[in-house]
Design a protein around this ligand. Structure first.
Ligand SMILES: C[S@@+](CC[C@H](N)C(=O)[O-])C[C@H]1O[C@@H](n2cnc3c(N)ncnc32)[C@H](O)[C@@H]1O
Length: 396
């Protein structure tokens, strides 16, 4: 999308085209385009309106009903923070006393809008002019233009002495190709600049990929991993005065928030497999808080390098899923097939950690038949490939 197309979408004629596009989006794109053209919308405006309507539809999962009024790009939407995650971060910043914030590389403004909703005055800086104009449009649509303004430019040139806090969510996709960047040194703004912010602004937060190497976490920073309904979505580094603990796992499930904290530096004890297996949430695993969780459950690992925990009792916890282990077998397709046949298992969930087996191939090879359900865990126990047959235990 070009700036003039965005400007056209923001005229009364553009709004009408967007409303019409919303009605027809979601089905066959050619039929939708023809339907829109038939109402007299010019071709260029029709294409831009349909793209927006389609992106808004996809954005509902991230932003909820507010998506209906937002301006979006594909790349911007992919990189944008989900609303519940952005809202939580904004609330924490506000609670820490931040009333003015620079968002350095604000994208479409998902984080900045959340901060503005929390009552923080946000100065957004965005290098891409179309994305910046969309962010400004999003602020206006949300009624937050008085609290969130955007300037086009290089974030590294922003005078951070003007603000009490800084947030930076560097681009982790290459402009143009959209390809993911895994090396933080290739982030934009550059990693050196991003990590150097903490020395300049005592309240700095940096959003990073959840797969970040722990060795890259700056000394003294709090690293937080966030999952939403069991999916790991991001990590954030809370620096300077904002750091409260070394490591934090934050689990957002529906309206509930669960937080586990700790040093993230200890190893859980190792023992035999036991009757109950716990599969920790990915935020707990990535935060290296499995030992802390094991402590609360009286649980042990069965292999020092695999994050399944085992205990004699089921304990209700939001931080892990609990399964009851009915059988422990060294991996053998023949034995496993025979056992599942004997149990008449026709529905099988397959979990794995530390196993090279391909679950879908295994499922085909097992030739399941029957009317009962089971969970299979493919893992290693004391280094040996092992299969655990399990059944669910309600724990939360
Ligand atoms: C990951 S996105 C930000 C997403 C945003 N936090 C959200 O949730 O909507 C990063 C943005 O930084 C912008 N950017 C990258 N390098 C920049 C720089 N040096 N100065 C300003 N903006 C930059 C990119 O154009 C991109 O829009």
């Amino acid at each position: 999308m070009e700036l003039d197309q965005l400007a056209a979408l923001r005229t009364p004629e553009g709004s009408a085209a967007l409303a019409a596009a919303t009605e027809v989006a979601g089905g066959d794109p050619l039929t939708a385009a023809a339907a829109l053209r038939a109402t007299g919308v010019p071709a260029g405006l029709s294409a831009a309106a349909l793209t927006q309507a389609e992106l808004r539809r996809r954005a509902v999962g991230k932003f909820g009903p507010e998506a209906a009024g937002m301006f979006l790009t594909r790349a911007g939407l992919e990189q944008a923070t989900r609303r519940p995650v952005a809202d939580r971060r904004a609330a924490r910043l506000r609670a820490a006393g931040v009333t003015t914030l620079a968002d350095l590389g604000c994208g479409l403004g998902a984080d900045a809008l959340a901060a503005a909703r929390a009552g923080i005055r946000v100065y957004g800086v965005e290098a891409d002019p179309v994305t910046a104009a969309m962010a400004a449009g999003n602020a206006e649509a949300a009624g937050l233009a008085g609290l969130f303004t955007v300037q086009v430019g290089d974030a590294t040139a922003f005078d951070v002495t003007r603000v009490e806090g800084v947030f930076c969510d560097p681009a982790r996709r290459r402009a143009g190709t959209g390809r993911r960047i895994f090396d933080p040194n290739s982030y934009s703004p550059p990693w050196d600049f991003v990590t150097g912010l903490a020395a300049r602004v005592p309240r700095t937060v940096v959003k990073v990929a959840p797969g970040i190497d722990h060795a890259l976490i700056p000394a003294g920073a709090e690293a937080e991993w966030v999952s939403v309904d069991g999916d790991l979505v991001e990590a954030a580094l809370w620096c300077g005065r904002l750091a409260e603990v070394p490591r934090r796992a934050t689990l957002l499930r529906g309206d509930a928030v669960h937080t586990l904290t700790g040093a993230g530096a200890t190893e859980a004890p190792v023992g035999p497999t036991r009757r109950f297996l716990y599969d920790p949430d990915p935020a707990v695993v990535r935060a290296h808080l499995v030992a802390e969780l094991a402590d609360t459950l009286g649980a042990t690992l069965a292999d020092p390098s695999i994050a399944y925990l085992y205990a004699d009792r089921p304990t209700a916890t939001p931080f892990a899923r609990c399964l009851e282990v009915t059988d422990v077998l060294p991996f053998s397709l023949k034995r496993l097939r025979a056992l599942l046949r004997e149990r008449r298992v026709g529905r099988l969930e397959i979990l794995k950690r530390g196993s090279a087996l391909e679950p879908e191939k295994l499922r085909r090879d097992l030739k399941l038949a029957g009317d009962t359900a089971a969970s299979l865990v493919l893992t290693r126990v004391a280094g040996a490939p092992t299969v655990l047959v399990c059944r669910p235990v309600p724990t939360t």
